[in-house]
Design a protein around this ligand. Structure first.
Ligand code: 5GP
Length: 114
């Protein structure tokens, strides 16, 4: 299997503006930000999308959410709020087949999404 774009970012084969890293997850700024702050948090394990996660991924998925919370706080988003988004599959708008949680903040976000 060829590496996804995000696996190449984990391996430092493609550069990214990394804001957080530990043994399970990596967080970096989105190359095409949709809000003043737009960060992607990804598991280092190459889970393609949330619909393909397994029961055994419980720890990494819980960790991903807790670290999204930490990164949002450290980037100053906790007071005014922020949005976490996981796009899944074609209708969900997923474009990179490596699970990622968007952190969007720094402006008021509309609802519902387009
Ligand atoms: P999706 O549409 O799959 O939910 O989100 C994928 C995200 O990856 C998009 O917001 C897109 O801007 C971002 N992205 C695509 N290529 C790169 C890249 O090379 N570097 C970074 N930092 N983000 C990327």
């Amino acid at each position: 299997m060829s590496q996804t774009l995000f696996e190449k970012i984990i391996a430092r084969e493609i550069s990214a503006d990394i804001v957080y890293e530990d043994n399970l997850v990596l967080a970096f700024r989105d190359i095409n930000p949709q809000a003043p702050t737009h960060v992607l948090v990804i598991p280092k394990k190459p889970i393609p999308r949330i619909s393909e996660a397994e029961e055994s991924d419980q720890e990494v998925l819980g960790h991903l959410l807790l670290k999204a919370r930490l990164v949002a706080k450290e980037l100053g988003l906790a007071k005014n709020g922020f949005r976490l988004v996981i796009n899944n599959g074609y209708d969900g708008g997923e474009s990179v087949p490596h699970l990622h949680c968007h952190i969007l903040g720094g402006r008021a976000l509309s609802w519902p999404p387009g």
